[in-house]
Design a binder for this molecule. Structure first.
Ligand SMILES: Nc1ncnc2c1ncn2[C@@H]1O[C@H](COP(=O)(O)OP(=O)(O)OP(=O)(O)O)[C@@H](O)[C@H]1O
Ligand SMILES: [Mg+2]
Length: 227
């Protein structure tokens, strides 16, 4: 069976892979191989794995950029992406215009302004509305990409090494922002975070390793072993 099912968002996310395989064109070997896992609770989920093991490919399957060659993907979440390099996803010249690009244009001006304020506030960028993008630090740009996901009402962020280019204090800020969002019981939110920086794992609600085309069982960070 091959299939993808996307339904409208609910309180709890449900991303389920059943026996999913995928190979890149021209490559017979499956980079994702009979992969099965599910995420059915809000929280911060982290994945580690060697370079080239297929973690970014997995995220592209989750958000529907790629189709499985076999298996079944079920997704009820409203998924947003945050990449390693914010320069690869920010398009506009200043924070407000970047946020406007991501907002539902049918909202009233007042609602738009409230949402811009709240999205910037949620990522520690209050007052940055008029700031040109080129004046932002790398960490601030990364937080703006998160604000863009918030303003478009994403409730499930796929984060592909979001802190790899950041220094330790910016890394910590991004981690804490995501941790706060995923802890907010009033506004359920989930992040799936890929990292090579093992010191981040302690922030996760659950950790798994991507290896041999498949994801291991989810573990509590203190029980998780990786080498
Ligand atoms: N667009 C593409 N076309 C062909 N092969 C690709 C493409 N993107 C990735 N691959 C291959 O798929 C395999 C998995 O790559 P992927 O980027 O998913 O790994 P990763 O686990 O994210 O690695 P890293 O930790 O270095 O980011 C690699 O062998 C890679 O060369
Ligand atoms: Mg990758």
């Amino acid at each position: 069976m091959i299939g993808i099912e996307n339904t409208s968002q609910g309180e709890l996310p449900n991303i389920t892979f059943k026996n999913v395989s995928f190979s890149w064109p021209g490559n017979k070997e499956n980079v994702i191989n009979k992969c099965g896992f599910s995420i059915k609770k809000n929280g911060l989920w982290m994945i580690v794995g060697k370079n080239g093991s297929g973690k970014s490919t997995l995220l592209k399957l989750i958000n529907g950029l790629l189709k499985p060659s076999n298996g079944y993907i079920y997704n009820t979440a409203n998924v947003g992406m945050v990449f390693q390099n914010p320069d690869h996803q920010i398009l506009m010249p200043n924070c407000r215009s970047e946020l406007l690009l991501n907002i539902n244009q049918k909202l009233s001006r007042k609602d738009i302004n409230n949402k811009i304020y709240s999205a910037l506030n949620n990522v520690g960028l209050t007052g940055f509305e008029k700031r040109p993008i080129h004046t932002l630090s790398g960490g601030q740009k990364q937080r703006l990409t998160i604000a863009c996901c918030l303003i478009s009402d994403k409730n499930f962020l796929l984060m592909d090494e979001p802190t790899a280019l950041l220094d330790s204090s910016s890394q910590l800020k991004v981690l804490e922002i995501i941790k706060n969002l995923t802890n907010n019981k009033k506004n359920p939110f989930t992040a799936l975070w890929i990292t090579h920086r093992l010191e981040e794992l302690i922030y996760a609600d659950a950790v798994a390793e991507f290896k041999n085309g498949n994801l291991s069982d989810w573990q509590k960070p203190l029980k998780f072993h990786y080498n």
